[in-house]
Write a protein that binds this ligand. Structure first.
Ligand code: HEC
Length: 185
């Protein structure tokens, strides 16, 4: 009897672990696609007219790509940060806790590229799988998120986002995170 219980339990956990990993794998793949499209849009935008022109890539294209990915999968996809530019990207409590955890891990020496976190959570009686992956600040990001932003760029950002907090970043900082959520049944 005991043996059967143990076997049943093992099968249950194996199944559970498999599903869990499958969600992590899918989340990673979506993040990879999102980040690849964003990077290529940003590079093209900068090449075609510098940072002033590329602002529209971040302000129009990024939410568009996020929406497309959300519509074509059963995941909600977005970006968030502790210092946001667009108020629509404001983190919820869970996201804020994870972003703070990433900041602590970075301070303790973890490579920013490896910072990710996933958890199954319950919200209003509904179970969700949630996943976040840190977004490092690269050199090109400083054009619009650094501390020496050129005047025309600064002016346009201030016009579009009067409450902008996403400045003063340095290379290697955590600029924010991709955040994904999937309803579990
Ligand atoms: C040409 C200017 C520009 C450059 C370069 C740029 N960004 Fe942004 N970024 C913006 C704008 C504008 C927004 C607001 C987007 C929106 O409205 O959703 C933004 C928003 C974000 C957000 C969403 C959170 C928030 O603050 O609202 C993240 C994360 C982000 N940028 C990361 C990066 C990273 C990483 C890089 C470098 C690879 C980068 N950005 C380069 C202009 C830029």
């Amino acid at each position: 009897m005991k043996k059967i219980t143990i076997t049943a339990l093992s099968i249950f956990f194996l199944f559970f672990t498999f599903h869990f990993d499958e969600n992590v794998e899918t989340a990673r793949k979506i993040v990879k696609d999102f980040s690849k499209i964003l990077k290529s849009e940003l590079t093209t935008g900068m090449r075609n007219g510098g940072a002033v022109n590329a602002i529209s890539v971040c302000s129009v294209k990024a939410p568009e790509i996020a929406k497309q990915l959300s519509d074509s999968t059963d995941w909600q996809v977005g970006r968030t940060s502790l210092k946001i530019r667009n108020i629509k990207n404001k983190p919820d409590e869970w996201e804020k806790t994870v972003l703070e955890k990433f900041e602590n891990e970075l301070k303790e020496g973890t490579d920013v590229k490896t910072l990710e976190y996933s958890e199954t959570v319950e919200e209003n009686g509904v179970k969700y799988f949630r996943y976040m992956k840190a977004i490092p600040t690269g050199g090109v990001c400083l054009n619009c998120h650094g501390s020496k932003i050129k005047e025309p760029v600064k002016k346009k950002i201030e016009e579009l986002y009067p409450e902008d907090k996403a400045v003063g970043f340095k290379k290697g900082d955590i600029r924010g995170a991709f955040t994904l959520k999937k309803k579990l049944d």
